[in-house]
Ligand binder design. Structure first.
Ligand code: FS2
Ligand code: SF4
Length: 554
């Protein structure tokens, strides 16, 4: 096992990476190794899918499988080794089908099919888990590090983790019926590139930035999927205290799962609550139209063991970030989609009857609690809907600066920086936020500037496209580039979706991003130096000092 894909990876002096029996997230060595082998298998599949597509024979099953398979390997998504054994067999079957499809298309076009001899293209799955684990040795992200060095390995990892994030976002759109040919092509192209074991630093950097550009398309597609299915987010007050009655808690990001559950619990008397990254669901017109979408419960993902233990009903985990279910709720938590935990019931295809049965059998909340609310729903439609007032406020000096304080959350003490930053931002500044970081400060009273709320919650990390559109619209209004706006990005990263978004921001040429709470372990000092020189990327410092520096930058 060797994994350094997330922010909470093991670090001690110069040693980085989770490499013992269990990673800091709880991932065991068996699951970690099978995930590495699944990435290897996905590279083999992508090589043939890419070539078949180029000959006019795309393979939708292969395309969709790659999204799902790589999503299962993100941090805090799937810990169930048995699921990976099945996925590996499926990957080999699809790879063989894609190869046959490619070879037939090549011959039909009068071409001799290419013979791919690399390890990913020729891999044959061992018949059992032990054999698969033997195969996994030597295909991890650190394979070949002694010959190519830590910089190349780090760049390959940056690209791979970016691809994982892109696949997760594309999967969120795919399950809502949104796919794009150029997205599948871009993902498979990047996996094909990695399968060649690239060792050229400039070429790896170029591919990483190209992936960032691809991710912008993916996030645009996801934005279209969410708004197309559920309407544009509207500013909405969300109750954060429960009401009396039977209850189900839904966590993760998948709005389609939530919508299906709301439909299946219509008129049942069961109240549905959002947790973590599901909070922005309350802002979508077609979701908030369900009267039993009762409110938000608990905090960000790292609080789930306490939140779920205290919740008097079953819990549905739709995507990242799951952590080990405690005995207190292990019998009443369910997973769906890419998520998995050994021994936890998994529901597929929106077949939520067992979850609903569990809700009926559990006590629910005994009484209403006083109805505190928070306001969400400041996606691009809402913010740009008042762009005139915002621009006037900037011109008059009422708004001095915008801070985007967003991204992932986690349990590390260094993440207090983000709450300190948001709450210490001067009263003539506006804080835009997205992702799960906001739970650190979204119950703070920020007030408003001439009726414009000082805290604008853009949505999930999945809504990064909205933030980019807001920034580019402001830049157009002020006839300048995004880097010239009175805007500072203060990004909190944790997992591979954030790696994809970071690559998008860099590909857009956005400079001077502050990143924390620590820099990715896969970025060597040399790679950090490159990012500092080319993009002005900076590690977070101390909140008060960083605010002062940002305001002086204007
Ligand atoms: Fe938060 Fe976790 Fe959203 Fe990340 S719920 S850190 O994987 O996807 O942000
Ligand atoms: Fe370690 Fe993060 Fe990998 Fe888990 S996902 S094994 S915590 S680096």
């Amino acid at each position: 096992m060797f994994c350094y894909q997330c922010e909470q990876t093991y670090r001690s002096g110069d040693a980085v990476g989770c490499a013992t029996q269990r990673g800091n997230c709880g991932k065991d060595t068996t699951t970690a190794d099978l995930q590495d082998l699944l990435v290897h298998a996905a590279k083999g599949l992508a090589q043939y899918a890419k070539r078949a597509r180029a000959l006019g024979a795309p393979d939708r099953e292969a395309d969709a499988f790659i999204l799902h398979a790589l999503f299962t390997t993100l941090t805090n998504v799937n810990f169930n080794a048995a699921r990976f054994v099945g996925l590996l067999q499926e990957a080999a079957r699809l790879r063989d089908a894609a190869r046959a499809r490619y070879e037939a298309a090549a011959r039909a076009a009068g071409q001799e099919p290419e013979t791919l001899a690399n390890a990913a293209a020729t891999w044959q799955p061992a018949p059992d888990q032990n054999g698969l684990l033997r195969q996994a040795a030597g295909v991890g992200v650190d394979a070949g590090i002694d010959s190519v060095g830590a910089d190349v390995t780090g760049l390959r990892s940056l690209l791979l983790y970016g691809i994982k994030g892109v696949c997760a976002y594309a999967h969120h759109a795919h399950v809502l019926g949104q796919d794009r040919e150029d997205v599948f092509a871009g993902i498979e192209r990047a996996l094909d590139f990695l399968a060649q074991d690239p060792a050229d630093v400039p070429a790896l950097l170029d591919e990483a930035l190209a992936l960032g550009t691809l991710n912008l398309s993916v996030m645009e597609m996801l934005d279209a999927a969410n708004t197309g299915a559920f309407g544009a987010q509207q500013p909405t007050a969300v109750r954060v205290r429960p009401i009396q009655g039977k209850a189900i808690l839904v966590s993760g990001h998948d709005l389609g799962d939530l919508a299906a559950l709301l439909e299946q619990t219509r008129d049942s008397g069961i109240q549905v609550y959002t947790h973590g990254e599901m909070l922005p669901a309350h802002a979508y017109p077609k979701l908030k139209a369900y009267p039993h979408l009762a409110g938000n419960y608990g905090g960000a993902w790292q609080d789930q063991q306490l939140d779920f233990a205290n919740f008097p009903g079953p819990i549905l985990m739709t995507s990242n970030c799951i952590i080990e279910p405690l005995p207190a709720y292990r019998q009443r938590i369910f997973t769906t989609g890419p998520v998995g935990w050994p021994g936890v019931r998994h529901l597929e295809s929106h077949q939520f009857a067992p979850l609903i049965q569990a809700a009926k059998a559990l006590p629910g909340f005994k009484a209403d609690e006083p109805g505190k609310t928070i306001t969400v729903g400041f996606g691009r439609h809402a913010v740009l809907g008042v762009a005139g007032a915002v621009i006037e406020a900037v011109k008059s000096g009422a708004i001095r600066h915008f801070f985007l304080v967003g991204g992932c959350d986690g349990a590390a003490p260094g993440r207090d920086y983000y709450s300190d930053f948001a709450t210490q931002a001067p009263r003539d500044t506006v804080v835009l936020t997205l992702g799960c970081t906001k739970y650190r400060f979204n119950q703070h009273d920020f007030g408003d500037i001439g009726g414009i709320p000082r805290l604008l919650d853009i949505g999930q990390c999945n809504d990064a496209y909205s933030a980019i559109r807001i920034a580019t619209a402001l830049a157009e209004a002020f006839e300048c580039g995004v880097n010239e706006l009175p805007l500072s990005l203060v990004v909190s990263w944790f997992e591979q979706k954030a790696a994809a978004v970071l690559l998008t921001l860099l590909a857009l040429g956005i400079r001077n991003i502050r990143l924390g709470p620590t820099l990715p372990a896969f970025l060597t000092p040399n790679l950090v130096q490159v990012l500092v020189e080319r993009f002005g990327l900076k590690p977070i410092g101390e909140a008060h000092a960083d605010i002062r520096e940002a305001l002086r930058l204007e």
